[in-house]
Design a protein around this ligand. Structure first.
Ligand SMILES: *Cc1c(COP(=O)(O)O)cnc(C)c1O
Ligand SMILES: [Zn+2]
Length: 391
């Protein structure tokens, strides 16, 4: 067990490990700290070569104690594909796609939920609840089923049907709400105490981000311990962005990588771009977006509790934040599909027009090593493509 304590991302207050927590007393997210010296007694870059091809290959730097509590459906260790033909179209020789659609439940939400559900099981939780605009719901439902725990899910009624059906078919209790994910979150908050639910909302418990950070470890491992120049990440709640940044920090402190960091770019949909607006206006926090709308349901997060962490990362890395329209991101799905043979989620598609914007503004040069994150599969969004054909 290498977790030393938990700490608040904002006020720094420390908490004992092996207890159930949601937010800090100050209302901000908690993060996990490890004894990195002890981690390194068994975990090294070399030791990884003979390990399981899932995120549990990094077990020493993950919070779950008992092997029997590690709930796995084969998450993580997704391919980092060289995008040769797309690169050719853009005049780029070092373009990569980290294809997260190959995770269980066809999105990277599996990483976070694998670790959060495992920890919940270890800490004795029986009932888990989440508000979700899509893929988090399916991931919670499947991992809860595998763990033998109950899942309670609140989704906007216009969530893609694949997400709703996936939850129902894996035994979750599903409630559809006429509203946004923030409305779902409020309803969950009001009821959780009386119902005995543990809230696994994005960044409202400390372990989903630990699962998502493994994307950072994998990137480094797959690129021979040299990080790329630029990472484009479709951003909703921001766990992946925050998690990868934490992974880079841990790896540097273990001497696995240098202090060089990628420029982190947050990609959002123009109908819901609180991080882009806050980044451009120099704010420390994002303002809640009213009337948030986008077909990329994973990006439909009108206000993120970890906004201040994301904005810090974007600024400290010399990165930026870019908004693209739904029309642009949907057409990009096809452009990536035709060039690379990957049927990406609309969220993943959004990275391509964002990259084009950055190139034309001179913020990314064509000879840099750039990684686009495809965070899910297009197969979960069939209605969205139906709408495109009707146009
Ligand atoms: C949830 C989700 C996102 C946003 O992820 P965060 O880490 O919460 O910012 C992006 N793409 C897809 C497909 C998602 O399901
Ligand atoms: Zn605090």
């Amino acid at each position: 067990m290498n977790v030393t304590h938990l700490y608040c991302s904002s006020c720094g207050k420390e908490y004992e490990p092996r207890r159930l927590y949601n937010l800090c007393d100050c209302g901000k997210p908690l993060m996990v700290a490890y004894d990195l010296e002890h981690v390194q007694t068994t975990l090294s870059r070399e030791s990884l070569t003979s390990r399981v091809p899932t995120l549990w290959r990094y077990e020493e730097i993950l919070p779950v104690d008992a092997q029997s509590n590690r709930i796995t459906l084969g998450e993580g260790m997704t391919p980092l594909l060289k995008a040769e033909r797309l690169g050719l179209l853009l005049g780029m020789g070092h373009l990569y796609i980290k294809d997260e659609s190959l995770n269980p439940t066809a999105s990277f939400k599996a990483r976070g939920m694998a670790v959060a559900v495992s920890m919940a099981k270890e800490l004795g939780v029986k009932k888990l609840a989440v508000p979700s605009a899509g893929n988090a719901a399916g991931a919670l439902a499947t991992y809860a089923a595998k763990a033998g725990l109950e899942a309670f899910i609140f989704m906007p009624s216009d969530t893609p049907s694949s997400n709703i059906i996936e939850c129902q078919q894996t035994g979750a209790n599903v409630t559809l709400i006429d509203g946004l994910i923030t409305d779902c979150g409020r309803i969950l908050s009001d009821r959780k105490e009386a119902e005995g639910w543990f809230d696994v909302s994005t960044l409202k418990e400390p372990y989903r981000v630990e699962g998502k950070k493994t994307m950072g470890y994998e990137l480094a491992e797959q690129l021979g311990w040299e990080l790329p120049d630029v990472i484009l990440y479709p951003t909703g709640g921001g766990t992946g962005l925050i998690g990868m940044w934490k992974a880079f920090d841990e790896m540097e402190r273990m001497g696995w990588i240098s202090s060089q960091r990628p420029r982190m770019v947050s990609v959002q949909a123009s109908g819901c771009a609180p991080i882009v607006e806050a980044f451009n206006s120099g704010s420390q926090f994002g303002a809640e977006i009213t009337n948030a709308h986008t077909i990329a349901s994973g990006l439909r997060v009108p206000r993120a509790i970890g906004d201040f962490m994301m904005l810090d990362i974007l600024r400290n890395s010399g990165g930026s934040a870019v908004a693209v329209t739904d029309e642009e991101l949907l057409w990009a799905v096809k452009e990536i599909g035709v060039a690379e043979g990957i049927f990406v989620a609309p969220e993943g598609g959004a990275c391509l027009p964002a990259l084009k914007q950055l190139i034309s503004q001179g913020k990314v040069s064509r000879d840099e090593r750039v990684v686009l994150f495809n965070t899910g599969s297009g197969l979960k969004y069939l209605e969205a493509f139906g709408m495109l054909e009707q146009k």
